[in-house]
Design a protein around this ligand. Structure first.
Ligand SMILES: [Zn+2]
Length: 422
């Protein structure tokens, strides 16, 4: 009988603090170890002892996958496999996380350094063996450097998708379907309840909406995360002929330098480079004030309007009719962004105030939509059991039920702490 087990440490029936352990009787691999990000107090997945982990894998740089990982390096943490963009973007995000939430985190930047010292860089198509595990890595199409991990141990095969997207975007080539045989697949299900709008139509709509506001003398605020989404939006505006000024705020500049340094991870390096070279970088309060006085587009964190320079921009953009606030990110519950979509109001100096600017949402998601998740599952070889993680509980459960009952594919949405045998 097999003794290969999967234990879900976090990111199960929730978005945030992803963490999965795969082990047999003598060896263990940790897949991602993230933290919550929309909480005031960051939470971590269930505890693991660094000494019980032979190796860790980091699927991509986002904090909900990486934010708890440095905690394992307070003493001697495990070797960690990741791509070079993931290491560099991860260090950038972890440094920022420490700047913002440092006093509430149980590690410091020295642990991030120790983690970097234990990094083994891998690329798509690479194969490695450690402690009885064979692992290989595939493009996940989610953010620059993101990867899926294929593991074999004791003749069992497991696929961990991490976050993935099958569509080509401005920045990235989409993930391809996988037809190899697996016994278990751990798959993200952020959008297991819906499909995305047609990408091309949506890009054209965004350009038209931005043109209209800017040509009538207004400013468009696009709240967007500094790693990936900001660059995707800029590249999309330029690729579709948007000629006016674009200002880019936050860590987007450092992230852009990292992204452009790794051309093989981009779909079309020169298109991205041209677009990013055309923007005005915001590097302080002076240029921030100037940016909101001139008609144009300002792309700035935070994507959900909490933190970053969001409060500054909201105050100057949201309460005037001539302006626009265009949302391009997932808006989690209890964030100002979600409040804006649901009520048209924003918290302002302790009160809720109606927004006068034009508010519109554009679906720039970098996660696979429902029919792509189905397509991905159907392309898999063998008869794998699918474990759906990383999504709101209700969507994960109903997708699992639908797939199991209607399509006869066993899909299960595990809970935190659940252990399954492969
Ligand atoms: Zn992600």
């Amino acid at each position: 009988m097999s003794s290969v087990k999967i234990r879900f440490l976090g990111g199960a029936l929730e978005v945030g603090k992803e963490g999965v352990l795969v082990s047999n009787s003598s060896h263990t691999v940790l897949l991602d170890y993230g933290s919550t990000v929309s909480d005031d107090n960051p939470k971590f997945p269930e505890h693991v002892r660094p000494t019980e982990v032979d190796a860790a894998v980091l699927s991509h740089a986002h904090l909900d996958h990486s934010g708890a990982l440095p905690y394992l390096y307070i003493n001697n943490g495990p070797e960690v496999f990741l791509t070079e963009p993931t290491l560099e973007l991860g260090r950038l995000l972890l440094r920022d996380f420490l700047n913002i939430s440092g006093e509430r985190l149980p590690y410091e930047f020295v642990e991030v350094e120790k983690m970097s010292g234990r990094a083994t860089l891998v690329g798509y198509g690479d194969r490695v063996s450690r402690g009885g595990f064979e692992m290989s890595f595939l493009n996940a199409g989610h953010i620059p450097g993101s990867m899926m991990t294929s593991l074999s141990i004791d003749s069992k095969r497991i696929l961990f998708t991490g976050d993935f997207n099958m569509l080509d975007t401005r920045l990235l080539k989409g993930a391809e379907t996988v037809s190899e045989e697996y016994d278990a697949v751990i798959m993200e299900g952020t959008y297991s309840n819906k499909d995305h709008a047609d990408r091309h139509d949506m890009e054209m709509e965004l350009v038209a909406a931005c043109n209209q506001i800017v040509e009538e003398g207004g400013t468009v605020l696009i709240p967007a995360f500094s790693v990936g989404r900001s660059h995707e939006v800029v590249a999309s505006l330029r690729a579709n002929g948007f000629k006016h000024q674009i200002h880019l705020d936050g860590m987007a500049r450092e992230a852009a330098e990292i992204i452009l340094r790794h051309p093989t991870y981009l779909r079309d390096h020169s298109e991205v480079e041209r677009a990013l070279n055309s923007v005005d970088w915001i590097d302080g309060w002076g240029s921030r004030k100037k940016a909101v006085r001139t008609p144009g587009v300002v792309v700035s964190p935070a994507g959900m309007l909490r933190g970053g320079a969001a409060a500054f921009y909201m105050e100057r953009v949201a309460f005037e009719k001539k302006n626009g606030v265009f949302l391009v990110s997932y808006q989690a519950v209890n964030t100002p962004g979600r409040m804006l979509i649901e009520s048209g109001k924003l918290p302002f100096r302790g009160k809720l105030r109606s927004v006068e600017a034009k508010v519109q949402s554009f679906d720039f998601s970098s996660h696979a939509g429902k029919s792509h998740l189905v397509k991905f599952i159907q392309a898999l070889g063998g008869t794998p059991k699918v474990y759906l993680v990383h999504g709101e509980a209700e969507s994960l459960r109903s997708f699992a039920q639908e797939m199991t009952q209607k399509s006869g594919v066993p899909v299960h949405a595990p809970s935190i702490g659940e252990i399954v045998e492969v």
